[in-house]
Design a protein around this ligand. Structure first.
Ligand SMILES: Cc1ncc(Cn2c(C)c(CCOP(=O)(O)OP(=O)(O)O)sc2=O)c(N)n1
Ligand SMILES: [Ca+2]
Length: 528
């Protein structure tokens, strides 16, 4: 007789999901008992770290991540992670243990009251199966739905007396299901889109995270080179979809309506691929497009297509459409874009270091295929100006801007990419949201290099306060935090540095350490 639990693990195996990130409570123990030897459980000390690790892992592997949380309290602690995963189109199945069916109506301790409402609207679907026998179908549906376009998190609340119940024999059919999305353009639509690109006098390409998620970066390069079009990265970028060293690369678009129109001035066709139109941040009203410009969006997300405030949109497989367009369009007769101006190397020797100096030293010393997971919010622009990212999967940032993503996500990405070095660049404010990820990194000896930029303040909020002309705002400083002591307490070797030489030698040592390490570096504020 196959139990609900056995069939669930078989379904997870069928989908290649054998890593579980989580933090257990009594409601989860019967799901975890007799834990199968071909699975691994990555314990997080806080559910925000659990979902952040799963998000990084899923984004870096391109496969569905699986999280097991404790009832309502665990789900609540993970909500910031749901926001990031929702915005990142991350395929996640998040499960939470529920009290036993026999008592749920009385709402005893650890009941997840109205469980399916809790994570909304940050999930594609949430369900608490009506019967134990319905759990396998819900698990199967969640695994398929989380990965189908647009990918995203789904949530299941499962009463813990379901696991030992017998599965209905017909449920075994679920193990044989293959579900996939087509998503290419038909010949007519492709020809029409290619013709619009060929006709444009001065096109520009704007790329978003779903290009990197589809590992379609090389197709985007081919398209840009044939079109001889400059390439911008869409604002508030959580991934890097195009080589920053490519001569067509122009940088990161500013996240404001007025600025984007200024940056795209002179172009008659804006081709957006793999991004919403647009993920603005600061409100600076202005024309949505420069005069005379048209916009076409290629997206895997029907809602992104529907909610865009201007232009046309095509919903489909971003990678396949870019590849087909690169094959279809003619070689543009115009001259190729000239390489952008890059900033001069930062001056050595300042104490405390300028943040740009830390970026330049990391870029110089790290392997060329290093992966940066970023949560240093006042240095984002400088990173996009200075860092040489040439490979797919080189950069990750919390897609909803929810802090607490990067430290755990760096652990998840490093688990997914053992042959590339992961570097987590974290602000001294952000470092406090999911700092427990350091413990998991130490326990599993996950060799992330954590670099904490200590400028003693919420730098990005100071910038925003100035932009909003908000004066006398309290609570913007975070002095006197000892990250070396914190890291040591969680089992991660750490060092504090104040000079270029000390940072460079600590960073070089960390890159070779083969285990997690943390460097706390004092940086200047205001940023230069
Ligand atoms: C979960 C959460 N809480 C609060 C914020 C608000 N916030 C906060 C608190 C920021 C300051 C981050 O400071 P930092 O030290 O990490 O980095 P910088 O000094 O480089 O800005 S940036 C920002 O949007 C957020 N985005 N997410
Ligand atoms: Ca800071």
């Amino acid at each position: 007789m196959t139990t609900i639990r056995h069939l669930t693990y078989d379904l997870l195996r069928r989908h290649g999901v054998t890593t579980i990130f989580g933090n257990p409570g009594s409601n989860e123990l019967l799901f975890l008992e007799d834990f199968p030897s071909d699975f691994r459980y990555i314990l997080a000390l806080h559910e925000g770290a659990a979902i952040g690790m799963a998000d990084g892992y899923a984004q870096a592997t391109g496969h569905t991540g699986f999280v097991n949380l404790h009832s309502a309290a665990g789900t609540g602690n993970a909500m910031g992670g749901f926001a990031n995963a929702w915005n990142a189109h991350t395929p996640l199945v998040v499960t939470a243990g529920q009290q036993v069916r026999a008592m749920m109506g009385i709402e005893p301790l650890l009941t997840n009251i109205d469980a399916t409402t809790l994570p909304k609207p940050l999930v594609k679907w949430s369900c608490e199966p009506a019967r134990a026998e319905d759990v396998p179908l819900a698990i199967s549906r969640a695994l398929h739905l989380s990965a189908l376009p647009a990918p995203g998190p789904v949530y299941l609340s499962i009463p813990y007396d379901d696991w030992d119940k017998p599965a209905e024999p017909e449920s075994l059919r679920l193990l044989k299901r293959a579900v996939s999305a087509a998503g290419a353009l038909d010949a007519g639509a492709l020809a029409a889109l290619a013709a619009r690109l060929d006709r444009s006098a001065n096109p520009v390409i704007v790329l978003g995270p779903d290009v990197d998620a589809a590992r379609a970066n090389a197709h985007a390069v081919r398209l840009a080179e044939r079109l001889k079009a400059p390439v911008w990265v869409a604002p508030s970028a959580p991934r890097c979809p195009f080589p920053t060293t490519h001569p067509n690369f122009r940088g990161l678009l500013t996240a404001s309506m007025a600025d984007i129109s200024r940056q795209l001035e002179g172009h008659d066709l804006v081709l957006v691929a793999g991004a919403p139109v647009f993920r603005y941040h600061q409100y600076e009203p202005g024309p949505l497009l420069p005069p005379g410009a048209e916009l076409i969006q290629i997206t895997c997300d029907a809602d992104e297509a529907a909610r865009a405030p201007m232009g046309d949109a095509v919903v489909g497989d971003v990678g396949r459409i870019l590849a087909a367009l690169a094959d279809k369009i003619g070689e543009a007769a115009r001259p190729a874009p000239q390489p952008r101006e890059t900033p001069a190397p930062s001056a050595p020797g300042s104490v405390p270091l300028a943040a740009e100096r830390v970026l330049d030293l990391m870029d110089e010393l790290a392997p060329s295929d290093a992966i940066y997971v970023n949560e240093s919010t006042s240095t984002i622009e400088a990173m996009w100006e200075r860092m040489r990212w040439e490979h797919p999967g080189s950069y990750y940032f919390g897609a909803a801007g929810g802090l607490g993503f990067a430290m755990p996500a760096a652990v998840g990405v490093q688990l997914a990419e053992p042959d590339r070095q992961v570097i987590a660049l974290i602000g001294d404010g952000s470092a406090n949201y999911s700092v427990t990820a350091l413990w998991t990194a130490a326990q599993h000896s996950v060799p992330v290099v954590f670099v904490i930029l200590r400028n003693g303040t919420y730098g990005a909020l100071r910038w925003f306060a100035r932009a909003l002309k908000a004066e006398h705002v309290p609570a913007l400083d975070v002095p006197d935090i000892d990250f070396v002591a914190i890291a040591t307490g969680y089992g991660v070797e750490a060092v504090r540095v104040d000079t270029d030489e000390a940072f460079a030698s600590a960073f070089a040592r960390a890159l070779k350490a083969g285990k997690p390490s943390l460097i706390e570096v004092a940086t200047a504020w205001p940023a230069t």
